[in-house]
Design a protein around this ligand. Sequence first.
Ligand code: GRF
Length: 215
Amino acid sequence: MTKPITLAILISGNGSNLQAIIDAIETGQLNAEIMAVVSNNPEAYGLVRATRHNLHTWVIDDRDYNSRKHYDDVLRHYLETIGPDYIVLAGFMRILSPGFIDAFEHRILNIHPSLLPAYKGLNTYQRALDNAETRHGVSIHLVTAELDAGPIILQASYDVEAGDRAEDLQRRGIQLEHRMFPQVLSWLADERLTIKEGQVFYDQALLEQPIQFDH
Ligand code: GRF
């Protein structure tokens, strides 16, 4: 077996995507090692999940820092020290500063609950319902300095049905999310997916459109 890719996973809450990644590693579907789970929220349930699986956890509590720069410098120093191949934002609810993103250029991945470029930012499900969308979805993308705007790697879409509430879309979306992050990470581990100078290649070909997740 080739060397596993190494990951730092950043969370803020439930950590169900973290759990999906842990499960994929433990069942041999993903050749990766989680070097650390970092949370900005000491109450994040994802920390409990990480500890159960004997993962190294670290809390950098938002409330202890009064400037974004200071917070990001501490986080950056920690991540530079452990040196993961990729930084996985799995429900990390902080905006990272351009200086931080530059330090880990093209090595940060985010999952976002919409069909980007539509519905960047928060409350994507409700905003999609308010606009009477008939399709909604999930995107995994490379993180660049502009919020939710880096190259999109994988997308999954699903129908919005009459009478759906935000919770219904969330339930449908999160089930897809749990399959999507392990998929993208295993493509990276197998080098089917490569990133060069901010461009994404899949099976050696430049990815001009997001890959559509088959579900
Ligand atoms: C997910 O819906 C993800 O798309 C968003 O935050 C949520 C995290 O959920 N960025 P969890 O903490 O992985 O359960």
